[in-house]
Design a binder for this molecule. Structure first.
Ligand code: MN
Length: 299
């Protein structure tokens, strides 16, 4: 007997990032705040940028999380308060561990002709035992890539089909990008202890028999041994998973914490102290933290 499994379709919402880049936000979601430790998911593009000024996010702080940037098309530049300056290119991941506090900026690389931009930016909530560690930054120029059933699969985090991603995370976590140019049909082995979700980035796919349009997030719950994903033409999805978080996390602006006092302190420190260091070389203003007044109205 297999126990019944969940499928829950979740709406994503369109918003603007930084100085006006249109993005689709899938997490946090009204109906679901996390999938494993994945607690934030923005999808930008695919789009054509006429000017690199369309993607600029000035220096801003983070605590309690790892930022995970997955580049599909285009090039962006990361700078942080540890002194890292790193170009992120297609097929690569930047992983920034905020821990007790870091600040960074992100901007498109200068272009002289229109450039395709396509990326996913995610946050991973750090467990309580790791969230006060010193900050760190890692660039992963290469990840495991293989073909299964016509899908080109890039293993972002965790393990699949005997491969292991080098990306260093702190809780049992899974992430993969699956894309196909034409018809594809793959059945992936899942970890029954993990909950999973699929976000369709491009095209249409059928997951567990459900037809999903681009922009749909399908939550899949725990208890699955495998998952069938089918496409009849060009499509791209993100499959995310992990052990359900057993601690409540509080997200506010760019902070992941446990209570309002920590957020209030971090906000005050960003606006009034040097706790988050300095991002050198970014030509533009640092972001100002919003007022925490509304925070106390939220649970
Ligand atoms: Mn950031």
């Amino acid at each position: 007997m297999t126990k019944p499994t969940t499928t829950e379709r979740l709406a994503t919402r369109d918003t603007l990032l930084g100085e006006g880049l249109p993005i689709r936000r899938a997490l946090p979601n009204k109906a679901r705040r996390t999938i494993g430790a994945w607690c934030f998911l923005d999808h930008a593009g695919p789009m054509t940028m006429k000017s690199h000024t369309e993607f600029r996010v000035g220096p801003h702080p983070h605590i309690g999380l790892q930022t995970f940037s997955w580049m599909i098309a285009g090039e962006i530049l990361h700078r942080d308060s540890l002194g890292y300056v790193q170009v992120l290119r297609p097929g690569q991941v930047n992983l920034m561990t905020a821990g007790s506090g870091i600040s960074h900026s992100e901007e498109a690389m200068p272009i002289t002709e229109p450039m395709q931009l396509h990326l996913a930016q995610l946050w991973i909530a750090l467990p309580d035992s790791k969230r006060h560690l010193p900050p760190a930054f890692q660039h992963y120029p290469e990840l495991p890539v293989f073909n299964q059933g016509g899908f080109n699969i890039t293993l972002l985090t965790g393990e699949l089909a005997g491969r292991v991603s080098p990306v260093h995370v702190h809780t049992p976590l899974f992430g993969a990008d699956l894309n196909c140019a034409a018809q594809a049909d793959a059945t992936l082995t899942l970890n029954t202890d993990f909950e999973y979700g699929v976000l369709v980035l491009e095209g249409e796919v059928t997951v567990d028999g459900e037809s999903l349009a681009s922009g749909t997030l399908l939550y899949l719950g725990t208890g699955r041994t495998q998952l069938r994903i089918q496409a009849s033409s060009h499509a791209r999805v993100l499959l995310l998973g992990g052990e359900p978080l057993n601690e409540p996390v509080l997200l506010w602006w760019n902070f992941v914490a446990r209570d309002a006092a920590e957020i209030t302190q971090a906000t005050d420190d960003w606006n009034n102290s040097n706790r988050f260091g300095e991002v050198k070389g970014y030509e533009g203003e640092r972001l100002v933290a919003p007022s925490v007044e509304g925070l106390h109205l939220r649970k």
